[in-house]
Design a protein around this ligand. Sequence first.
Ligand code: PEP
Length: 247
Amino acid sequence: MRTKLVAGNWKMHGSLATNAGLLQAVRDGAKGRAEVAVCVPYPYLAQAQAALAGSSVAWGAQDVSEHAQGAWTGEVSGAMLADFACRYVLVGHSERRSFFGDTDAVVAAKFAAALKAGLMPVLCVGESLAEREAGITGEVVTRQIDAVLETNGIDAFARAVVAYEPVWAIGTGRTASPEQAQEVHAQIRARFARDSKDVAAGLRILYGGSVKANNAVELFGQADIDGGLIGGASLVAADFLAICAAA
Ligand code: PEP
C-alpha cells in the first residue's frame, strides 16, 4: 500500500510576509491520510523549516546542483538542502528542462546528487503538446526515465518519487483526463517493473498539471496515481488543503 503524497511547488512566488500565513495554514490544516510537502524557493527554506518542524508537513526545494561543492556560482548543493532538513527536492521539472537547459544527463546527475545528500528526489517527466500530438508520449517519458535509471540503477527508486507532468497541462488550466493520466502512469510503473517488480509496486507516481480541488478526487482515484505535484493551487491554503484532503 503506497501512502499518497501531495507536494506543493511554489515556483518563484512568495515573500516572508505572505509565506508565514500560508505555512501556518498548511501546518494546521494538513490532517488527512496523505503525506503533505511544500517545495519552496531556496531563500525561504529556513522559514519553512521553522514553521513546519515538528508537524506532519515536510518541506523541500525545487532544484539541486549536480555538483557537491566548489566554484559553481549561484548553485545550491544537496548537502546545503540537507542542512535545512529538506526531505524532498524536485529534479527535472519541465521549466528547468525547457528554460534552463537541464538535459536528461543533467537531470540524472542532479538525481544522484540529491540521493547522495540523503534527500528524496522527485523526478519530473512529461511530454510537450507537440510530442503528445505526434503520439510519442510513452517514448518521451521512457527516455527521460531511462536516462536516470541508466546512471542511478533501479534500487535508487526505492528512495525516490516520480511525477508525471504533461507540459501542456502545467499552469495552463488544461488537465489530463483521469484516463489519460492513468494510461501514462501505468506505462511508467510497467517500465520500472521490467527492472524490479518490488520497486515498481512501492514507487509513488504523482500527477501534476493544473490539479485543482474539483479534479483531484477523480485523478487521485486512479490505480496508479499516488498523489499530486501542485503548482498554482499550492499558493492558496484553502485550495491546497482541499487537494490534500482529496488524496
Ligand atoms: C507544476 O509546476 O509542477 C505544476 C503542476 O503546476 P500547475 O499545478 O500550476 O499546473
